[in-house]
Ligand binder design. Structure first.
Ligand SMILES: Cc1ncc(COP(=O)(O)O)c(C=O)c1O
Length: 307
């Protein structure tokens, strides 16, 4: 348990780790009726700072609304609670996991009067794919599992149940010795990773897809749009075919947990020269400088816990 810190914010109060428990008949366990976020807090020269905290809590509310889960705490309360939790747990670099879910009232699929419960935890998670992948590039595989369509679940929300699709994909990828999975849509266009958005670079132009490819519109993805332009490059948003992918100079994954993870291999195809791409590493460095509070211009994206 050493990776999980001492307090968990649980339905409005800081609770000891051991006491943050739910009932086995909670609706969310049976039907995956929960929405969640993955957020990172970074150690900066001005103390721990949470990256794009408000945007994440707003998305949590948006996801909840899509499933008619009424979160009994507004965005501001959740942001302040998160800062307080980081302070109290005395952590610096950490991963944060807010979740809102239906608790126990009925076991019918219709949640009727199930209470909505909310918790926020801090975790010491380290690199999501792996430290090695962040530096030297990840090896990914195209999943035999297709990405579910947005008319089955709203894919631009982060809800627990639909993550079974990601779980199948990453279990399969790991069982075949790869670092991560890449899910394609029914029509074989590229969707996304099990927990990441994808970008490719061709002739110095960055490409990524959008909601028409049944993806989560990642917060990191939109952060990178600004950084790509600041570095003097252009990006285009369009559907990505397998051909685009295999003819790309560079490919990378991005996400709050995965940050900017270069991809060096897709199945037995070498991306570029089979090493982390140089533009990818340049963007990764820029991203790290910003999240780690090295660029004052971007303090606007950081919630310093001392404030
Ligand atoms: C399926 C999926 N796509 C994309 C992302 C990236 O989203 P974000 O940048 O908001 O973390 C995530 C991470 O949460 C994810 O789980």
């Amino acid at each position: 348990m050493s990776n999980y810190s001492r307090y968990i914010w649980f339905n409005g109060k800081l609770t000891n780790f051991e006491n943050a428990k739910i009932h086995v008949l909670s609706h969310c366990i049976h039907y995956g009726s929960a929405v969640f976020e993955g957020i990172k807090c970074y150690d900066t020269d001005n103390g721990p700072a949470i990256f794009k905290l408000k945007e994440h809590m707003e998305r949590l509310h948006k996801s909840a609304n899509a499933f008619k889960i009424k979160i009994p705490f507004d965005v501001n309360t959740l942001c302040e609670a998160t800062k307080e939790l980081v302070r109290k747990n005395e952590v610096k670099d950490c991963y944060l996991r807010p979740i809102a879910y239906y608790g126990f009232d009925t076991l019918g699929v219709h949640p009727k009067k199930c209470p909505v419960e909310v918790s926020i935890a801090t975790l010491n998670w380290g690199a999501y794919v792996s430290k090695d992948a962040l530096e030297k590039g990840a090896r990914i595989t195209i999943s035999p599992w297709k990405k579910y369509k947005s008319n089955a679940f709203p894919s631009s929300t982060k809800a627990s149940g639909p993550y079974l699709n990601s779980m199948l994909a990453v279990q399969d990828a790991k069982s075949r010795g790869f670092d991560e999975a890449l899910l394609l849509n029914e029509d074989n266009t590229v969707a996304e990773g099990s927990g990441q958005n994808i970008f490719l670079i061709k002739n110095n132009v960055f490409y990524t897809n959008d909601q028409t490819s049944n993806i989560l519109l990642g917060i990191t993805r939109s952060t990178l749009f600004e950084l790509i332009e600041e570095l003097g490059y252009k990006y285009k948003v369009q559907n990505i075919s397998q051909d685009d992918l295999f003819s790309a100079d560079e490919v990378f994954y991005c996400g709050s947990a995965s940050e900017v993870t270069p991809i060096k291999q897709i199945d037995n195809h070498k991306v570029g020269n089979g090493k982390s791409g140089l533009l990818t590493l340049k963007l990764q460095e820029k991203y790290y400088n910003i999240v780690r509070g090295k660029e004052e211009k971007y303090f606007k994206w950081l919630s310093f816990i001392s404030d």
